[in-house]
Design a binder for this molecule. Structure first.
Ligand code: UGA
Length: 441
């Protein structure tokens, strides 16, 4: 099929490459000149394992091209995917849907009456109905508009796009359903569950899924708070409840909590939308989910104060990891950066190490010492905080190597990812969130 993908951030760039890999003829539309130039040159403008190679591959095959705007070629497309961002509005919890409005207005002059527009961005329920009207006014006919939420995770984005655990489409008409069945045919042929719903349900599925995931993480973090004052172990607790198939063992890792461009903003936008709809109470609990999440970041500072004293000025703290999760260079709402900022406020010197995102750290947080060499970063540190569980921090001889250069062998495991015995055997005092590891050593 001939398709356009409008907005080439994490979601759009990955989706465009995935569609080209499936054999479609793809035009990617991106307004940001730097991102556009990168993509045209076969460079993915963010870190995503495997995506660079896949992009070069589809460019070489000739089934993808990138443009700043629509032109007559867009009119040939049978299907247009909307992938622009819906960030949190400054000073509000609500999502900003302005980029979607601009995207449909820019598309309208090039939209064929029989073509389908499928929204993939995460939106407040009801957005599609508004966009249908905006598009109808601009195009002069009733458009085929569908909603097709995306569930990809950063770090495994391409794999998630090509082998999703389900595809959900919200449609109002047969034309939209058939176009989406056709575009995903190769994936559906593998038996992937395909759910066809009304549009509000499809819009809600995405925010409901992300709210559930955020709630799961905050639930185990709330248990960690209880464990810390009762001598219990939240990691053992998670394992024990996770064997119950109804609960499951995924997304129950306690630590400094969730971040990124999706979970935090999605639960806030959901609260704002529910309020507008007069049912704010239905998702009031998400405010607690958000609170627990933010409290766990502050817990790291409490522990540093407990261990190093109330005054941290003059102390040097190494924060391991800056991205919101491993295998990503995304610093949006990163718990690691939030923790580093909280430590900085106490007057300590904060050194940040991350395998790939230090350029972003330097640009956005000049207050931190960003050090690429791990041994140099650790030299003279009074404490080390594991904030993003990159594999390289968990493997090899890190406890022994860092032990040689730090001023004080104190490590706070903010992700429950370190091998406790290994660090203890190397002479470290290890504190893990939600656990009393000394009691169990
Ligand atoms: C999330 C969802 O998992 C995707 O399904 C969704 O498509 C995406 O948002 C989106 O809305 O686009 P992502 O933001 O890539 O994906 O990250 P996650 O893997 O969900 O991790 C989110 C955060 O939760 C990270 O900061 C991670 O460290 C934290 N986390 C995760 C925990 O603290 N504990 C856990 O057990 C799991």
């Amino acid at each position: 099929m001939k398709i356009t993908v409008i907005g080439l951030g994490y979601l759009g760039a990955t989706h465009a490459v995935a569609m080209a890999e499936l054999g479609h003829d793809v035009i990617g539309i991106e307004a940001n000149p730097q991102k556009l130039a990168d993509l045209q040159n076969g460079i993915v403008p963010f870190y995503e394992p495997g995506l660079d190679e896949a992009l070069k591959n589809v460019i070489a095959k000739g089934n993808i091209k990138f443009k700043a705007d629509h032109d007559e070629e867009s009119r040939q497309a049978d299907l247009h995917f909307l992938c622009v961002g819906t960030p949190q509005l400054p000073g509000s919890y609500a999502a900003n849907t302005e980029y979607l409005h601009s995207a449909v207005k820019a598309l309208a002059p090039y939209l064929r009456q029989d073509a389908v527009v499928a929204g993939k961005s995460t939106v407040p329920v009801g957005t599609s109905a508004i966009l249908t009207q905006v598009l109808a006014d601009a195009a002069g006919f009733a458009p085929h508009l569908a909603w097709n939420p995306e569930f990809l995770r950063e770090g495994t984005a391409l794999e998630d796009s090509l082998r999703p655990d389900r595809i959900v489409i919200g449609v109002n008409d047969e034309v939209s359903e058939q176009a989406l069945r056709k575009v995903y045919k190769k994936i559906l042929d593998h038996g992937t569950p395909f759910l066809v719903t009304d549009i509000p349900t499809a819009e809600l599925v995405k925010v409901a899924a992300n709210s559930f995931l955020a709630t799961k993480i905050s639930f185990i973090n709330a248990m960690a708070e209880i464990a810390e004052v009762s001598g219990a172990d939240a990691v053992a607790l998670a394992e024990a409840i996770g064997y119950d198939e109804r609960i499951g063992n995924k997304f129950l890792r306690n630590g400094i909590g969730f971040g990124g461009g999706c979970l935090p903003k999605d639960i806030r936008a959901f609260m704002a939308r529910a309020q507008e709809l007069g049912v704010g109470k239905a998702v009031d609990f998400l405010a607690d989910v958000d609170d627990v999440n933010l409290r766990r970041r502050a817990r790291v500072v409490d522990l540093l104060n407990r261990e190093l004293g109330a005054d941290l000025s003059g102390k040097r703290v190494l924060v391991l990891g800056a991205a919101f999760k491993p295998d990503s260079d995304d610093l949006r709402d990163s718990p690691a950066i939030a923790v580093a900022k909280l430590i900085k406020v106490t007057g300590a010197t904060v050194v940040v190490h991350d395998p790939i995102s230090l350029d972003h750290v330097r640009a956005q947080n000049p207050d931190f010492v960003a050090e690429q060499d791990l041994a140099l970063a650790a030299t003279g540190a009074d404490a080390v905080v594991l904030a993003t569980e990159w594999a390289q921090y968990r493997e090899g001889h890190i406890p022994a190597d860092l032990g040689k250069v730090v001023a004080n062998k104190l490590v706070i495991d903010g992700r429950n990812a370190l091998k406790v015995e290994k660090w203890q055997q190397a002479g470290w005092r290890l504190i893990a969130l939600g656990r009393n590891v000394e009691a169990t050593a």
